[in-house]
Design a protein around this ligand. Structure first.
Ligand SMILES: Nc1ncnc2c1ncn2[C@@H]1O[C@H](COP(=O)(O)OP(=O)(O)OP(=O)(O)O)[C@@H](O)[C@H]1O
Ligand SMILES: [Mg+2]
Length: 366
């Protein structure tokens, strides 16, 4: 059981580097909270402040109703899993996992129960007698996670725990982590650079930039309803396409125009653009790669000059230009297209977003 609350938490390092600014967040019991953001935005620093490994410069950290700012890490009852995991080389997997419990003088039978249960969840029961040197990277990673699980802490803090695994193991571990989260009813705060991990594991995703929270929401909400261009571009892979367009009134309807293309927006968009006084001004049109379709009406049609065609099996990615603007479109594998040629794609005008040129805020934010 763990409810965490960060109130106006700031971190300034001794050299003057401001790493985290006014971080405000309530993390509820059993949440799987994901922290994402570009390198250096303050994710690890935030996690380390929660763990007690880094002093909080100002603000408050509450765990289950108790102020924790000055509490030593051992007394916070949190487990941290780092990107580079440390196992004791001379101890077996079993002994590695049991280590922190032995230190705490927990009964042998209880230790045995917890180690075997964790090993079972992580599918490493058959490795319990081995030494770390006889393990693969992925197995070591699971032992490290196992060592964290057996402690049955109030919450788990994980800093890119899967980052040095190959793609297949990552997928496997991702599924296992999801199971662990459900089975243990654990509260997890998890840093990752991986889009798929963030979208599939997170009950909520926090997007950070330059030490501040830009948006904290459920994955699907972040994806479809980002607050601004940064979040829109950061969530989703390949990224959302951004095209500078002019907002105009034509044939008594509202449209966006660029490089001799004209796309009529739907009624909701039109109303927002009129209300916001955007007629005759420039905005960014945001469209995700999968919101280009193979068929559609004449009004949605765009000519894409294909530079590169990537065949991914279940889909293809076309990288090219519409007018002067680089875009990426994700289409069905049977879509007829070729690098060096022109292809007709159709924009889904009910899925587009529009962003203010200066503030970069989402004009359709709900
Ligand atoms: N001990 C330190 N002293 C001074 N500055 C630091 C220290 N640790 C981190 N920083 C700076 O604080 C900022 C945030 O660092 P942090 O490690 O939290 O980033 P991050 O989001 O985890 O990045 P990454 O994705 O690369 O791991 C960076 O600008 C970093 O250079
Ligand atoms: Mg980091």
């Amino acid at each position: 059981m763990a409810n965490l609350s960060l109130v106006n938490v700031c971190k300034t390092f001794k050299n003057g580097q401001v790493a985290v600014k006014n971080f405000n967040l309530d993390i509820k019991d059993q949440e799987f909270l994901i922290l994402v953001g570009p390198s250096g935005c303050g994710k690890s620093t935030t996690l380390r402040m929660i763990a007690g490994l880094e002093e909080i410069s100002s603000g408050e950290l509450w765990i289950d109703g108790m102020l924790m700012n000055l509490t030593v890490p051992q007394k916070r009852d949190l487990s941290m899993v780092f990107q580079s995991y440390a196992l004791y080389p001379h101890l077996t997997v079993y002994e590695n996992m049991a280590f922190s419990l032995r230190v705490r003088k927990i009964e042998k039978a209880e230790i045995d129960k917890r180690v075997r249960k964790a090993a079972d969840v992580l599918c490493i029961s058959y490795l319990l007698d081995r030494k770390p040197r006889a393990l693969s990277g992925g197995q070591k990673q699971r032992v490290a996670i196992g060592s964290a699980i057996v402690r049955e802490p109030r919450a788990y803090l994980m800093d890119e725990p899967l980052s040095n695994l190959d793609a297949k193991l990552r997928t496997q571990m991702r599924v296992e982590l999801s199971k662990i989260h459900k089975e243990l009813g654990a509260t997890i705060i998890y840093v990752t650079h991986d889009q798929v991990e963030a979208m599939t594991l997170g009950t909520r995703i926090v997007v950070m930039d330059s030490g501040v929270i830009l948006q904290a929401d459920k994955p699907d909400v972040l994806y479809r309803n980002p607050v601004n261009k940064f979040v829109a571009g950061f969530i989703g892979s390949p990224s959302m396409n951004f095209i500078p367009v002019w907002v105009e009134r034509r044939e008594d309807r509202i449209c966006v125009e660029f490089s001799r293309n004209r796309l009529f927006v739907n009624e909701e968009c039109a109303q927002r653009l009129i209300d916001g006084d955007y007629l005759g001004r420039r905005v960014y049109l945001g469209i995700r790669p999968e919101d280009f379709h193979e068929t559609g009406s004449k009004e949605q049609k765009l000519k894409l000059n294909v530079d590169i065609k990537e065949i991914l099996g279940s889909e293809i990615l076309l990288h090219g230009k519409i007018g002067r603007h680089s875009v990426c479109a994700r289409l069905k594998p049977d879509f007829s297209s070729e690098a060096g040629k022109e292809a007709s794609v159709f924009a889904d005008m009910n899925q587009i977003l529009l962003f203010d040129m200066d503030t970069e805020e989402n004009l359709l934010y709900r």
